[in-house]
Design a protein. Structure first.
Length: 127
């Protein structure tokens, strides 16, 4: 990856398109937003694959992500809370719990931050 300086931040070109990054939302995505997005979307993608492999039928997954930051330590992210709303009929809570455990173990982004950022994952079933 190569990042080039621009007014107010940096940018990079990827096959999907341009990514603008800045500490100021007027010029691009903020780095902490990208960190939370990476953890959330990686987890969501892994969960989706696991549910499919377990042959659990579901209609949708909606993820809410929040970051807790420490202003006294360079505003670092100390905790990422992810809440998954899984929509489907007759979903089994214990099977979803197992899928969530496997998700945390197999998400590369979660595994990358373990030890420095607490990742909390909760879920609810929507019918």
């Amino acid at each position: 990856m190569e990042f080039k300086m621009k007014e107010g931040g940096f940018y990079s070109e990827f096959p999907y398109g341009r990514l603008d990054v800045s500490g100021n939302e007027e010029y691009g995505f903020r780095p902490y937003q990208l960190m939370v997005s990476s953890v959330a979307v990686c987890s969501g993608g892994v969960l989706r694959k696991i549910l499919e492999k377990m042959r659990i039928e579901f209609e949708d997954i909606h993820i809410t992500g929040e970051a807790e930051r420490n202003k006294d330590k360079a505003d670092r992210i100390e905790k990422i809370s992810l809440h998954f709303r899984i929509k489907g009929k007759e979903l089994n809570v214990s099977k979803i719990e197992k899928a969530m455990e496997l998700t945390k173990k197999n998400c590369s982004m979660v595994q990358s931050v373990i030890g420095s950022i607490v990742v909390e994952e909760t879920f609810e079933i929507i019918e």
